[in-house]
Design a protein. Structure first.
Length: 342
């Protein structure tokens, strides 16, 4: 029976003077790393052991103190739209959250939204990172966009369970078949979803209402996805087609900033896929705009720039640069991560 795919990257396979540079090129598929000034680049070390569990990436990393950043230009260029679930086995992380610095310690569950900027420092660490494509669980989350830089304390029962499960999957990956990997991924997704939806102890409980809301929002979201190219798609259209009230729409999509904002976000994401699709390389910006229901090219460019801080043309060029021969990836784990992109 075929085993799950694994990949190893180790800086010890390179000459000491090249190790830091090779690491920066490798992990550059997802982060811009920079070394602590007190660390000698000639003694730098990093080792990645990675596994693909269906559509879910799992990577174990051991390395030295360094800063990991995801600036806006990198986010748009790499197209990653994932939830990152990270657990520390050793060391700790300090993450910048506005004016506040928050600390992640062993046992905590640390959540990062790859579509949002990040600035964090990991200190002499060993950690396991899970990358979950947003589409696999976002429709089942009560607040799908409300988890960036979230730290769930180690003493939380579901956090303990997820932490132990992630560590166990990594430890036992060597004996797993492809079917085992898919089953492990399904369990991991369910545990993650349950943890992210769990109420704080002091929060009022309305589980029945939340379940109903999730189901209603999923049905409306399916309709939105099927009709994104319709320029008339909006609150009034949804009310007429699905028999929901404006108040219901507001309540269901308040976590997204409103239903109109969610429609716009999904249109922009689909347009981003077209911009990055090599088979659509000759498609004009105006064609993409009209294809996804925008009233004009100007309106589309303005909305795109508000969300991504660059124009569609600039985003297309950034992606081409990333995929140029100089940006090709030598290791399987690098290709797996880029394969999760939009």
């Amino acid at each position: 029976m075929e085993g799950i795919a694994t990949s190893v990257f180790d800086t010890r396979s390179f000459a000491p003077r090249n190790r830091l540079r090779r690491w920066q090129e490798s992990i550059g598929v997802i982060f811009d790393p920079s070394l602590d000034d007190r660390t000698d680049p000639m003694t730098f070390r990093a080792r990645v052991e990675a596994t693909m569990l269906g559509q879910v990436f799992l990577g174990h990393l051991v390395s030295q103190t360094q800063r990991f950043e995801r600036p806006k230009d990198k986010i748009i260029a790499d197209g990653l739209d994932c939830y990152m679930v990270q657990v520390f086995l050793k060391g700790h992380c300090e993450v910048q959250d506005g004016r506040q610095i928050r600390v992640v310690r062993p046992g905590d569950i640390y959540i990062v939204d790859a579509s949002a900027p990040l600035d964090a420092i990991d200190y002499d660490f060993t950690h396991i990172t899970v990358l979950i494509p947003r589409d696999l669980i976002s429709r089942y989350l009560i607040r799908p966009d409300g988890h960036h830089r979230r730290i769930i304390p180690a003493e939380t029962p579901l956090a303990m369970l997820l932490y132990q499960f992630i560590c166990s999957v990594h430890s036992n990956r060597g004996g797993m078949s492809m079917d085992d990997g898919m089953a492990a991924a399904a369990a991991l997704l369910n545990l993650t979803q349950s943890l992210l939806n769990a109420r704080l102890p002091e929060a009022p409980g309305h589980l029945d209402n939340e379940a109903v809301n999730l189901a209603a929002r999923a049905a409306i979201t399916d309709f939105i996805e099927a009709n994104l190219s319709d320029p008339d798609l909006g609150p009034s259209h949804l009310m007429a087609a699905l028999g929901v009230s404006r108040t219901q729409l507001y309540h269901l999509f308040e976590p997204y900033g409103g239903v109109a904002a969610e429609i716009r976000r999904r249109r922009l994401r689909r347009s981003l896929q077209d911009l990055f699709d090599r088979s659509h390389g000759t498609m004009r910006i105006a064609e993409i705009a009209f294809r996804w229901g925008f009233g004009s090219e100007t309106h589309y460019i303005r909305a795109f720039k508000r969300r991504y801080d660059m124009t569609p043309g600039e985003a297309r060029n950034a992606r081409k640069l990333m995929l140029s021969p100089a940006g090709q990836h030598a290791h399987d784990y690098e290709r797996w991560i880029t394969g999760l992109a939009t």
